[in-house]
Design a protein around this ligand. Structure first.
Ligand code: ADP
Ligand code: MG
Length: 466
C-alpha cells in the first residue's frame, strides 16, 4: 500500500471512529459506513460514494458533522469532495453471478457415493434488510401497491407481472425489496434476483464482453422471483429490450413471480417496444401517488422511533407540511434533525432550531416543486390538442370544458392556490365553478378507471417537467 493511501485510510478510519461516537448507529450505517476513502490532495479529501444522489445527501445533511470529524481526526480543516461510482465492501452493483458453494470435504468411506450437485447460492447484496413490510406505512396513496406486493410475496405468481409505478421517492424500491425480504423470510433458499434496470444492463454488457452470456441467462432465467427496479430505463435500448423480453417470457411461462417498478405506466414509456408494453400490461399495474399529510406524519412518527428520538408534534407537523413530493426528502429532513440532536446531545430540538436547520432543504424542495398554473394549463392543453386560451376562455363545448375542469382540478391538487385564486387564473371564473369542477373530476375518477389513468398520467408528467 502506498504511503498516500495509508494516510487517507488512517485519517478516514479515525474520522469514522469519531463519527460513530457522534451519531446514532443507524445513521452511521446508512450514510457513512459505505464511504470509501479515495485520496488526499493537500487540503482536500476525496471520499468515494456510490452515486451523485448519495453525495448530495451527505453534502446537504451531514457536511458540517463530516467536516468537523475529519478536522478532529486530521488536526486541520479539509475541503471535502465526493466522487461517485465507488462501492464499499460488497462487490460491484449486484453484478455477481451465482457462486457455487464450496463442496464439503467428502469423508473417505463415502468415496463411492456420488456427491450431490452443490446448490447455487444467490447473493442478495442489493437488498436493504430495512425495506420490509413492517417498516412500510400504509396510506390511501400506496394501499393497493402495498396489498399487491404482499400478495406477490405470499402467493407468488398470482399477479404476474406486478407492475408498480409512480413518482420518485414514493416507496417503489422499498416495496420491491420488502417482497424480497419477505420471500427470503418464508424461504431462505428462494432464488431471488433483485436488480435495477441499470444493473441488468451492466451485467448484460459485462456478460457479453466476458463471453459469459450463458451464465447471465442462467442467472436471470432460473430465478423464482425476478425484481427489476426502474424498468423505464429500458427505453431506447433495443438489444437490452430483446434480452429482457426473452428473460421475461421464460420466467412468465414458469409462473415465476416478476415485479417491475417504473416512474410511468408501460404505455407512457417512450421508446419501449410494443411487445414489452403488452407484456407489462398483462398482469396487475398499481400506482403509488404522493402521500397525504396524514401519511407523511405517520411516516415521520415511525421513522423517529427507528432513530430512537422523539420530536415534538409541532416539529413533525412542520416537516410534514413542508415536504410533499417525496418520502425520501421527508426522511432527509428528519435525519437532519436526528443528526443535529445526536451531535449536540440536545434531544429537545425546538421548532425554531428545526426551522433554521431545515430552511435550506425546504427552499430546495419548494424550488423543485414550483409547479405553476401555466405549466398545468399548457400540459393539459397539449394533451387534448387545444390552445391554452381555450382553457382560459369563455367557450363551453365539451371538448374544452372537460380539459378545463381537469386543469382546475390539477391546479388545486398540485399548487397552494385557493379556489378563488384558481378562478382568477382561469379567466376570472367564480370560486363555486372551481369547486364544482374539482368535485366533478373527483367523481369521474372514482367511477372511470381509464379517466383516472389519464388524469394521474397528466399529473405525473407535470410533476416531472416542473
Ligand atoms: P422510489 O423507489 O419510489 O423512488 P424508495 O422506495 O427509494 O422510493 O423510497 C424512498 C425512501 O422513503 C426510502 O428510504 C423508503 O424506505 C422510504 N419510504 C417510502 N415510502 C414509505 C412508506 N410508505 N413507509 C415508510 N417509508 C417509506
Ligand atoms: Mg426506486
Amino acid at each position: 500500500m502506498s504511503h498516500a493511501l495509508t494516510e487517507i485510510s488512517g485519517l478516514w478510519a479515525e474520522a469514522s471512529k469519531i463519527l460513530r461516537h457522534k451519531i446514532c448507529a443507524t445513521t452511521f450505517e446508512q450514510w457513512f459506513a459505505n464511504i470509501v476513502p479515495v485520496r488526499l490532495d493537500n487540503d482536500r479529501i476525496i471520499l468515494g460514494v456510490s452515486d451523485d444522489f448519495f453525495a448530495d445527501w451527505l453534502r446537504n445533511n451531514y457536511e458540517d458533522i463530516l467536516a468537523s470529524a475529519i478536522q478532529e481526526a486530521g488536526g486541520k480543516a479539509y475541503t471535502i469532495d465526493f466522487e461517485s461510482g465507488h462501492i464499499a465492501k460488497a462487490p460491484a452493483v449486484n453484478c455477481v453471478m451465482p457462486v457455487k458453494e464450496e463442496p464439503r470435504a467428502t469423508p473417505r468411506y463415502t468415496e463411492t457415493v456420488q456427491t450431490p450437485v452443490p446448490a447455487q447460492k444467490r447473493i442478495h447484496n442489493g437488498i436493504n434488510p430495512r425495506h420490509t413490510f413492517e417498516n412500510f406505512v400504509v396510506g390511501e396513496e400506496n394501499r393497493y401497491a402495498h396489498a399487491a406486493a404482499m400478495t406477490a410475496a405470499g402467493t407468488p405468481g398470482a399477479y404476474n407481472p406486478l407492475y408498480i409505478y409512480g413518482g420518485t421517492g414514493l416507496g417503489k424500491t422499498h416495496l420491491l425489496q420488502a417482497v424480497a425480504n419477505e420471500t427470503l423470510n418464508r424461504n431462505p433458499n428462494a432464488q431471488i434476483e433483485y436488480v435495477t434496470c441499470e444493473e441488468f444492463l451492466n451485467c448484460y454488457v459485462d456478460s457479453l464482453q466476458q463471453r459469459k452470456h450463458s451464465e447471465f441467462r442462467n442467472r436471470f432465467r432460473t430465478a423464482d422471483v425476478l425484481l427489476v427496479d426502474d424498468v423505464h430505463q429500458l427505453a431506447n435500448k433495443a438489444q437490452l429490450q430483446e434480452e429482457f423480453f426473452n428473460t421475461f417470457n421464460t420466467l412468465f411461462h414458469k409462473n415465476s413471480q416478476i415485479i417491475l417498478t417504473s416512474d410511468k405506466q408501460p404505455s407512457e414509456i417512450a421508446g419501449l417496444e410494443k411487445r414489452l408494453v403488452t407484456r407489462f400490461e398483462s398482469g396487475v399495474a398499481v400506482e403509488i401517488t404522493a402521500p397525504s399529510f396524514e401519511t407523511r406524519l405517520a411516516i415521520l412518527k415511525m421513522k423517529q422511533e427507528s432513530h430512537l428520538v422523539k420530536f415534538g408534534d409541532d416539529i413533525l407537523n412542520f416537516i410534514a407540511s413542508n415536504v410533499r413530493s417525496s418520502i425520501r426528502i421527508l426522511e432527509g429532513a428528519l435525519i437532519r434533525l436526528v443528526a443535529y440532536s445526536s451531535v449536540t446531545r440536545d434531544r429537545a430540538v425546538t421548532l425554531k432550531t428545526a426551522e433554521q436547520l431545515l430552511k435550506k432543504l425546504f427552499e430546495q424542495e419548494n424550488m423543485t416543486r414550483k409547479i405553476t398554473v401555466e405549466t398545468i394549463q399548457k400540459r393539459v392543453a397539449e394533451h387534448f390538442s387545444i390552445h391554452v386560451h381555450d382553457i382560459i376562455g369563455k367557450k363551453r363545448p365539451k371538448n374544452i370544458a372537460e380539459p378545463r375542469m381537469i386543469a382546475m382540478y390539477l391546479t388545486r391538487k398540485m399548487t397552494d392556490k385557493s379556489f378563488p385564486e384558481i378562478g382568477l387564473e382561469f379567466g376570472g371564473r367564480n370560486h363555486a365553478t372551481v369547486i364544482h369542477a374539482v368535485k366533478e373530476i373527483e367523481d369521474s375518477m372514482n367511477t372511470d378507471p381509464a379517466f383516472k389513468q389519464t388524469v394521474s398520467a397528466l399529473q405525473r408528467q407535470i410533476q416531472a417537467i416542473s
